[in-house]
Design a protein around this ligand. Structure first.
Ligand SMILES: Nc1ncnc2c1ncn2[C@@H]1O[C@H](COP(=O)(O)OP(=O)(O)O)[C@@H](O)[C@H]1O
Ligand SMILES: Cc1cn([C@H]2C[C@H](O)[C@@H](COP(=O)(O)OP(=O)(O)O)O2)c(=O)[nH]c1=O
Length: 202
């Protein structure tokens, strides 16, 4: 790998992560990096089809987790792996932490099963940096209600998001070297200021 870094954006729905991805991408581009901006589930033509299914069809919890990893397998093969090999920087709107948080935390799927899938699909690949946009549930919900039609995950109840958020925060404690927790209740300007400092230190 020739110098590229892998940055992931995470957080419960409505936390504000999508609002800041372009900002970070443009900071990196201004610093002369080639940036590949992608997302999960999705990021490839097949992955986008799987995204449609998983966001809108009812299915067994394990099917849901397997489809997340199927989309991810393709994403790594087609997009993330080749980009990092070229030395590009990859910014992904969600990655495996989302499966631990949503399917593991939110839906209570055994974390050991997810660890096994992670070992299978990307035994050696981990993000260099994970930006966790963190807000209380009420703030996230108010932001979502103000802006968009909700998908299958966004329609979940408060206890689902509480468990999802807890699992994200637990992982941030477990992997302090790669996680940065962003207090996303602050203004967009304050969040951007913090992101600028983090990116400058990369
Ligand atoms: N720091 C912030 N302060 C106020 N509103 C915000 C902030 N960050 C995001 N928002 C707003 O909240 C809504 C959801 O943000 P979005 O980035 O789409 O969330 P996510 O991608 O985490 O689901 C958007 O309308 C966005 O403008
Ligand atoms: C990657 C991933 C996403 N998800 C969920 C979280 C989100 O609710 C949904 C789509 O994520 P996202 O792209 O953040 O949604 P939006 O475009 O509406 O901001 O998929 C999982 O449940 N598990 C996963 O592994």
């Amino acid at each position: 790998m020739a110098g590229g870094k892998f940055i992931t954006f995470e957080g419960i729905d409505g936390a504000g992560k999508s609002s800041h991805i372009d900002f970070v991408a443009s900071l990196l581009r201004r610093a002369g990096r080639t940036v590949v901006h992608t997302r999960e589930p999705g990021g490839t033509p097949l992955g986008e089809k799987l995204r449609e299914l998983v966001l809108h069809e009812k299915m067994h919890l394990e099917t849901e987790a397997l489809l997340m990893f199927a989309s991810r397998r393709e994403h790594i093969a087609q997009v993330i792996g080749p980009a990092l090999e070229r030395g590009d920087w990859v910014i992904s709107d969600r990655f495996t932490d989302a499966t631990f948080a949503y399917q593991g935390g939110g839906r209570h799927l055994d974390l050991k099963k997810l660890e096994a899938l992670e070992q299978w699909v990307h035994p050696k690949l981990q993000p260099d940096l994970t930006l966790l946009f963190d807000v209380p549930l009420e703030v996230a919900r108010a932001r979502l209600d103000a802006t968009r039609t909700l998908d299958r995950f966004e329609q979940e109840k408060a206890d689902f998001f509480a468990a999802t958020r807890n699992e994200y925060l637990r992982r941030a404690d477990q992997f302090p070297n790669r996680f940065r927790v962003i207090d996303s209740t602050r203004s967009m300007e304050q969040v951007q200021q913090q992101l600028q400092e983090i990116v400058a230190n990369l």
